[in-house]
Design a protein around this ligand. Structure first.
Ligand code: G5P
Ligand code: MG
Length: 238
């Protein structure tokens, strides 16, 4: 792949707006590498228990892992320098790879950190009402090692409580309790709206509004099909 065909995108949206769900469809349709900051954090915390491979060197995990876990469980953002280091280090070596960042950047400081290394071609903003989000998150189940997301009403696993691909158990996230969801939604409004302005002023922001992922997705697909250099498209159809 030549340099000019590399495509770099960010997907934004409130907690539960469907970033993970839409990202996996994008990754499948357009062969972009999907990198979720929340999945990276959860993998690092899990690594403390030795179940998954650590992305940070082992002696930093115990200190950082605890800090990250307490932030996430309370629905607070982890410190900018911690998450920026984690995400930017995972982008190292991907200069020739098209990617989609999910959940990062979430503050203007993080957007500046990313901007100092890479130009972003497109920012997809999922705009979903808060009430819709509250209903969704209480019925979400996830497969921690892969980040695969299910929903009891929307996309249930084939076998209740088990991941479709590995057959391993699904869990509910600690931060999906109603009180923590309220806090995450409030923080999003306060800290992440300025990031939307940041990208709007750069002319790369594209907003998709709706209450159903299946209705939003064809618009996202059509937008990316126009934006991404032709040979990137793996399957073509929404
Ligand atoms: P995360 O992991 O980035 P959030 O809070 O931004 O978490 P989240 O909760 O992962 O976002 P999502 O990815 O936007 O949500 O949504 P999703 O998982 O695809 O969909 C939500 C549910 O709705 C699923 O069950 C899905 O199946 C269902 N669903 C989707 N579409 C529909 C539909 O049309 N209908 C119905 N009925 N259901 C549907 O971050 C977690 C924490 O990590 C830290 C923070 O502490 C954060 O709170 N963190 C960071 N901290 C600082 N800086 C950063 N950059 C950080 N990134 C993460
Ligand atoms: Mg997610």
């Amino acid at each position: 792949m030549g340099l000019q065909t590399v495509f770099r995108a960010v997907i934004m949206g409130a907690p539960g707006s469907g970033k993970g769900t839409v990202s996996s469809r994008i990754a499948q349709s357009f062969a972009l590498k999907h990198l979720s900051s929340g999945d990276m954090l959860r993998a690092n915390i899990e690594a403390k228990t030795g179940k998954t491979a650590p992305a940070l060197s082992s002696h930093t995990i115990s200190d950082l892992g605890l800090l990250m876990k307490s932030c996430i469980d309370q629905g607070q953002l982890v410190p900018d320098d911690v998450i920026s280091r984690l995400v930017l280090s995972s982008l190292r070596g991907l200069e020739q790879t098209s990617w989609l960042l999910d959940g990062f950047p979430r503050t203007v400081a993080q957007a500046d950190a990313l901007d100092s290394v890479y130009d972003v071609d497109s920012v997809i903003n999922l705009d979903v009402p808060s009430q819709t989000i509250r209903e969704r998150l209480t019925s979400r189940w996830v497969h921690l090692p892969s980040g695969r997301v299910y929903n009891i009403d929307f996309n249930p696993p084939k076998k209740p409580g088990l991941d479709d691909v590995t057959g391993e158990p699904l869990i509910q996230r600690d931060d999906d309790s109603p009180e923590t969801v309220s806090r995450r939604l409030k923080d999003y409004e306060r800290q992440t709206q300025p990031v939307l302005e940041y990208y709007r002023s750069k002319g790369v922001l594209e907003t998709f509004s709706g209450t159903e992922t299946n209705k939003i997705w064809p618009h996202v697909h059509a937008f990316l099909a126009r934006k991404i250099p032709g040979n990137q498209q793996a399957m073509g159809k929404a």
